[in-house]
Design a protein around this ligand. Structure first.
Ligand code: BEZ
Length: 211
C-alpha cells in the first residue's frame, strides 16, 4: 500500500551506518527527511550523499533529521562512505539505512517495478513532528535531486504549519506569502497586522508574517 500525503509515516527499525535505529526515536519531536538511493557505488547517488552532508547544518538549523537508504548491506555502505568523503569533500554525517531485505523500501513503496524491479527509485519523504507525511517527491535514477529545493519546501512547510498562509510559485524564505482563502478579511486584519494587497478577493499577498 503506497504512503500518501497526510498518512502516518510508517515506523521501522533498521541497520544503519550509525548502528541500529528505531525511525521514530531517531526523529524525536522534530522534522525528518527520508530519502532513498538506487544502489551503492553509483555516481549520482555519490554526489547526492555528499551534498546532503554539506547541507547538514541547514537541516539542523530547521530541526530536521535526515536519513538515507540504499538496498545494499552495511559493509558495502561502509566502503562507499570512504568514496563519498574522498570525492565530495564531505563525509557522511547522518545515517544511511542498509535495506538489503527491502523492508523499508517496501513499507514506503520505493521500488517501482516499471522503472526497475530491484532497485529503489529516488524517493524523498518529508515527515512532520506529528509523524505525518508532508511531502513526497519521486525522481528517476538518472536525475540527481535538488536539495536546495528540499530545504525550500521545508521552509514553506514550517511557515504554513504556524500561520494561515500558503506560499506562491518559486517562493523562498523572506518573500511575500498568500493569505489562505479560508481566512475572512475581518480575521485577516487581526492575523496580518502588516496588511495585504488584494489582487483578487481570493489572492491576498502579505509580507512573511514571522519576519
Ligand atoms: C546513479 O546513482 O548514478 C545511478 C544509479 C542507478 C542507475 C543509474 C544511475
Amino acid at each position: 500500500m503506497a504512503v500518501r500525503l497526510g498518512d502516518e509515516a510508517p515506523n521501522f527499525t533498521a541497520e544503519t551506518t550509525e548502528g541500529p535505529i528505531n525511525f521514530y526515536d531517531y526523529l524525536g519531536d522534530g522534522w525528518g527527511v527520508l530519502f532513498s538511493h538506487p544502489k551503492d557505488f553509483t555516481p549520482v547517488c555519490t554526489t547526492e550523499l555528499g551534498r546532503v552532508a554539506a547541507l547538514k547544518p541547514e537541516f539542523d538549523k530547521r530541526n530536521v533529521k535526515v536519513i538515507g537508504l540504499s538496498v545494499d548491506p552495511i559493509d558495502s555502505h561502509e566502503g562507499w562512505a570512504g568514496d563519498i568523503a574522498e570525492t565530495q569533500g564531505h563525509a557522511l554525517n547522518f545515517p544511511l539505512i542498509a535495506d538489503s531485505d527491502r523492508k523499508v523500501s517496501d513499507l514506503y513503496d520505493m521500488i517501482h517495478p516499471n522503472a526497475n524491479d530491484t532497485l529503489t527509485v529516488r524517493s524523498v519523504f518529508i515527515i512532520g513532528p506529528d509523524k505525518k507525511v508532508k511531502l513526497i517527491i519521486t525522481y528517476p535514477a538518472s536525475t540527481g535531486r535538488n536539495f536546495d529545493e528540499i530545504l525550500r519546501v521545508i521552509d514553506s512547510l514550517q511557515l504554513t504549519a504556524n500561520y494561515s498562509v500558503a506560499t506562491p510559485a518559486d517562493w523562498k524564505e523572506g518573500d511575500d506569502v498568500i493569505i489562505v482563502p479560508a481566512v475572512s478579511d475581518e480575521d485577516a486584519k487581526k492575523k496580518f497586522p502588516k496588511g495585504w494587497k488584494a489582487l483578487k478577493p481570493y489572492l491576498r499577498i502579505t509580507p512573511q508574517p514571522d519576519k
